[in-house]
Design a binder for this molecule. Structure first.
Ligand SMILES: [Zn+2]
Ligand SMILES: [Zn+2]
Length: 258
């Protein structure tokens, strides 16, 4: 399996995953023009994308949904009922969805895909497990709390794309409104660096080789703080062998092979 995160953060999210002859996207949160450029810069032909899986309807995850559904007719759009309805409303159009039930697995080409519920302030948000014959990827950004279900899903994964959104002190000292701070910090907001580190400490299993920190706030976090907090956790459990990287908002990542 090969993974390229095309961008991650409140300005837009999208991740491209390839295995054998199958290419899929998780989320399409940039404008269609921007996302197409990012795909091309990652050497991906947009017309090779077989499926786009959506996590939830916040605009930084679905901005290109309507235009891509018109332009990339070959790409099947996947979401659960709550998210597909909400994206239809935003798009003011009924897009051609393949609706799945959360937690029921389905296949797209060489991938087996399972969604799981996460706690976030929108209709019916999910994270994903993406599996091929060799590896299993955990994908969860935009979650306020690492529930027992989320902890279980991380176990046994080869790689993880995990939110490490904010540093709690930087968030509280920021200029943001009190209500927004409470929203971000709350159970249906975003995972802090400490939350992400605690999740990894309690749920890491020997299979994990690659950990990518995602949705890092530009205002209430730094890449260095996110990395150091996670490095400390990995050090404490003797897992410095795990490759740890932070993901950028402005540029696509390299291709990671797992
Ligand atoms: Zn988001
Ligand atoms: Zn969100």
């Amino acid at each position: 399996m090969e993974i390229c995160v095309l961008g991650s953060g409140s300005g837009g999210n999208s991740t491209c995953i390839k295995s054998g002859n199958t290419t899929l996207l998780i989320d399409a949160g940039f404008t269609a023009k921007e996302l197409k450029q990012r795909l091309l810069s990652a050497q991906v032909d947009p017309f090779a994308i077989q499926a786009i899986l959506f996590t939830h309807e916040h605009i930084d995850h679905c901005r290109a949904a309507r235009v891509f559904s018109h332009k990339l007719k070959q790409a099947e759009l996947f979401a659960n009922m709550g998210t597909s309805d909400a994206i239809n409303q935003l798009s003011q159009e009924d897009l051609p969805w393949t609706v799945f039930e959360t937690s029921q697995s389905f296949a797209v080409g060489d991938f087996q895909i399972t969604s799981f519920s996460v706690s976030h302030d929108c209709a019916d948000p999910v994270g994903y497990l993406i599996e091929d014959d060799h590896s299993r990827l955990f994908y969860a950004t935009d979650l306020g709390t690492a529930t027992i279900l989320v902890q279980q899903k991380l176990q046994g994964c080869t790689a993880a794309i995990l939110e490490s959104n904010h540093d709690v002190q930087m968030l509280m000292e920021s200029e943001r409104a009190w209500s927004l701070k409470q929203r971000i910090k709350g159970d249906s907001g975003h995972l802090s660096n400490d939350d992400a580190a605690a999740l990894v400490r309690c749920s890491i299993t020997p299979e994990l080789r690659l950990l990518l920190l995602a949705h890092i706030s530009g205002e209430c976090n730094t890449h260095q703080l996110a990395r150091e907090t996670m490095q400390e956790a990995l050090h404490a459990i003797n897992r410095m062998d795990v490759r740890l990287e932070t993901l950028q908002q402005d540029t696509p990542s390299e291709w990671f092979s797992i």
